[in-house]
Design a protein around this ligand. Structure first.
Ligand SMILES: Cc1cc2nc3c(=O)[nH]c(=O)nc-3n(C[C@H](O)[C@H](O)[C@H](O)COP(=O)(O)OP(=O)(O)OC[C@H]3O[C@@H](n4cnc5c(N)ncnc54)[C@H](O)[C@@H]3O)c2cc1C
Length: 438
């Protein structure tokens, strides 16, 4: 039996599914010892800091992650950042296989004038703020106006729009961060518009997310009926063959036809608008859009321009990876700064594919990468040096440390009928996780 040591950097879905696929390939001839690193004291990646708090069922995938973490071949090293606390060359010395599962955490910019005005924030800041990521506690979005616009036509834009549009008591029993719950209770936002550049037929929303909108009892949801009718006419016979497209357009048509209850809170979906400029004296007040058309499935601009009032602008147009010193991502393989492929180093999940796909997509992706790893395993493993020698043991949050954080959060939540109350400060997370803080 040959035992290989594997470092997985990033404790999100891609990291855990890689560990799972490696475990599934253990046999009489080979075994794996898996060390998982994350820059945060807490694992689970975007399942903790991205998935919307009003979607608790999605978070049940963490049971799979915890099962992997309970195996005897697994160790967790939280509060260890690749590129800062440890370097890829340290990992390469010790591990036979290094897998980077570090995701994509930076929000893409619109690149238009006025984007830096106060009142404009990226979903890449807004979402981790309401989800209690310790780096985003001070984002402080201003919800004192009445109109919000979310730019983007994918599920992240939908999450931001829905969370802003909900009556706050609907969030009371979720695991949303306490600081965000307080701000949403004080919010005076009443009109939220999610704006896509292309047509309804091109939107990246998935239909379950669209279908839950008409079920909101205290928020009226609007889509212009003619935008959906025009989209249905444009796609024509494709509707018969393309199941997802059909399901999306049917869901949008249902929203367009849904009865409105006269609620004070309104959530609208608007299409074919390209943001040109963010306008305002000292902070965002309006957004200027070009009105687009679709000709032969291609979106083109027109001379028509409109302005919409806006007190809060959230941009949700995608993510890109933060730079990690010493490495570049070359089509799914990892290279050094000179572009040379690093043998034994692999990349998975959003770090590899970019920000696309749901949690489950990372499972098939990780399985594919593990197949490649198995084919390329070295004949002889590197030996028995331990990574602990390269790290300051006193600053690491181990799996036991994370378990202590988890228990504290869940029991604080139970007192209030919530799944958990997240600890959001670095110092408290570290101290609960067993790290001495001065
Ligand atoms: C706002 C939002 C909502 C979503 N909602 C859903 C949903 O409802 N349902 C669904 O199926 N999918 C959803 N997704 C998609 C899903 O979250 C992703 O498919 C998945 O999280 C990608 O997994 P990953 O492991 O590649 O990246 P991530 O989940 O981002 O994990 C990356 C991990 O790497 C760590 N890391 C980063 N850099 C370093 C470093 N230098 N050193 C050490 N650690 C590092 C991070 O702390 C993080 O824990 C959502 C995504 C977003 C952005």
């Amino acid at each position: 039996m040959t035992t290989y040591r594997v470092a997985i950097v990033g404790a999100g879905p891609a990291g855990y599914f890689t560990a799972q696929a490696l475990n599934n390939s253990i046999n009489d001839e080979r075994n794996f010892l898996i060390d998982m690193f994350d820059r945060l004291p807490t694992p689970w990646g975007l399942v903790r800091s991205g998935v919307a708090p009003d979607h608790p069922k999605i978070r049940t995938v963490t049971k799979v992650f915890e099962k992997i973490a309970s195996e005897s071949n697994y160790r967790y090293f939280g509060n260890v950042e690749l590129g800062k606390d440890i370097h890829i060359s340290d990992l390469e010395k010790i591990y036979d296989v290094v897998v980077l599962a570090t995701g994509t955490s930076l929000g893409k910019k619109l690149g238009i004038p006025g984007e830096d005005l106060p009142g404009v924030i990226s979903a890449a800041d807004f979402v981790p703020w309401y989800n209690g990521h310790p780096d985003y506690v001070n984002v402080n979005p201003q919800l004192s106006g009445t109109c919000a616009i979310v730019i983007g036509a994918g599920n992240v834009a939908m999450d931001c729009g829905r969370i802003l549009g909900l009556v706050p008591h609907e969030l009371n029993s979720t695991d949303i961060a306490d600081h965000a719950l307080d701000v949403f209770h004080d919010s005076s936002i009443r009109d939220v518009t999610i704006v896509g550049r292309r047509g309804p037929e091109h939107a990246a929303f998935t239909s379950p997310e669209l279908r839950e909108l008409p079920k909101l009892t205290e928020t009226d949801v609007f889509i212009k009926e003619e935008q959906i009718a025009d989209a249905i006419a444009r796609v024509g016979s494709r509707l018969e063959n393309e199941k997802d497209l059909r399901s999306n357009l049917e869901a949008m048509r249902e929203i367009a036809h849904a009865d409105r209850r006269g609620n004070e809170r309104k959530l609208s979906l608007a299409f074919l608008l390209t943001p040109l400029e963010v306008l305002g004296e000292g902070r965002v007040e309006r957004v200027r859009f070009a009105v687009n058309k679709v000709i032969d499935d291609v979106v083109t601009g027109s001379d028509e321009v409109i302005e919409l009032p806006c007190d809060l602008l959230i941009t949700a147009i995608g993510y890109e990876a933060a730079e990690i010193p010493g490495i570049t991502n070359e089509r799914g393989r990892v290279a050094n700064n000179e572009g040379k492929i690093r043998d034994g180093v692999y990349v998975v999940g959003w770090a590899k594919r970019g920000p696309s796909g749901v949690i489950g997509t990372n499972k098939s992706d990780s399985s594919e990468v593990v197949k490649k790893i198995l084919l390329e395993l070295p004949a002889a493993p590197k030996g028995s040096a331990d990574i602990s020698e390269h790290l300051n043991g006193e600053t690491i949050v181990t799996h036991d440390g994370w378990s202590a954080i988890n228990v504290a959060e869940v029991s604080a939540g139970e007192e209030r009928g919530r799944p958990r109350r997240k600890v959001v400060s670095w110092s408290e997370l570290l101290s609960l996780g067993g790290v001495k803080t001065t």
